[in-house]
Design a protein around this ligand. Structure first.
Ligand code: SF4
Length: 145
């Protein structure tokens, strides 16, 4: 029987896609390949941003990078492309990097680049949730079904 396909933030699988050129590899996430077909995505790269790039946070419904540029359109494009990929692969679950302005689900930073956390979803997490996709972070893999 084919493995269930799940969306995974590319940086969790060792892709150096983060704003600072780093990855955020998680061995636990990589080991999920024993049970699932992992579909790596980086919404910010899919949305046309490059590596490295200034960090960005959500403020007042917009995504603003640390240099003051409004990158909302890139984040929305990345979310739409990720949603398309999820639908194409029949994904009903995703493992997304915690607290990212794209991938964070439930908790994000407050938009002041001060490290303060608030309740909220990243742009892609929000889009996938609207499709009924179950989202967990690398901190809570027990939430996978
Ligand atoms: S957008 Fe998501 S996948 Fe891409 S680097 Fe940020 S957290 Fe990782």
């Amino acid at each position: 029987m084919a493995k269930e396909a799940i969306i995974v933030s590319a940086c969790l699988l060792g892709i150096r896609s983060r704003y600072n050129g780093e990855e955020a590899v998680s061995e636990e996430v990589s080991l999920l390949s024993r049970k699932y077909e992992l579909i790596p995505v980086c919404p910010e790269l899919l949305g046309g941003l490059s590596v490295p790039r200034p960090p960005a946070e959500i403020l007042g419904g917009r995504v603003i990078d640390k240099e003051g540029a409004d990158v909302t359109a890139n984040f929305i494009l990345g979310a739409e492309k990720t949603a398309e990929i999820a639908e194409r692969h029949g994904c009903s679950q995703a493992v997304l990097k915690a607290r990212s302005p794209s991938c964070g689900a439930g908790v994000i930073y407050d938009g002041t680049f001060s490290g303060k956390r608030i309740s909220g979803n990243g742009i892609t997490a929000d889009r996938l949730l609207s499709l009924g996709i179950n989202i967990v972070s690398e901190d809570n893999l027990n939430g996978l079904r």
